[in-house]
Write a protein that binds this ligand. Structure first.
Ligand code: ZN
Length: 110
């Protein structure tokens, strides 16, 4: 059962159905058009887990591992918070150009 495998953070808040645009609480099936949302929910759960693992690695000073999780997070969810985490990882590793590029994305992406 998908809902048991999805981390808590992924099932809080709301989701917009990619088919009909209905905004609703996380669920496996859209309440309006009955579209299957389980894959979307899995992606959100994996992204949430990657974000938590990245923060855990940063807290432990394991920056290369944090970067790996940040990259996975950004691939799954290319939003401003993910870009910020990538920028921090690159900054801590001394990759200035990559840090600047991700910071710019974090600052200006809608
Ligand atoms: Zn729908």
């Amino acid at each position: 059962m998908i809902s048991e495998a999805v981390p808590d953070a992924a099932v809080t808040g709301q989701v917009r159905c990619p088919t009909c645009g209905a905004v609703q609480a996380w669920c496996d099936t859209c309440h309006r058009c009955r579209c299957d949302l389980t894959l979307l929910r899995q992606v959100a759960g994996t992204a949430s887990a990657s974000r938590r693992q990245c923060l855990r690695e940063l807290q432990g000073g394991r920056v290369p591992e944090a970067l790996r999780h940040a990259r996975r997070l950004y691939a799954l969810s290319p939003d401003r918070p993910a870009a910020r985490l990538l920028a921090v990882c690159h900054l801590l590793l001394g990759s200035w150009a990559a840090a600047a590029r991700m910071a710019e994305i974090a600052e200006f992406r809608r």
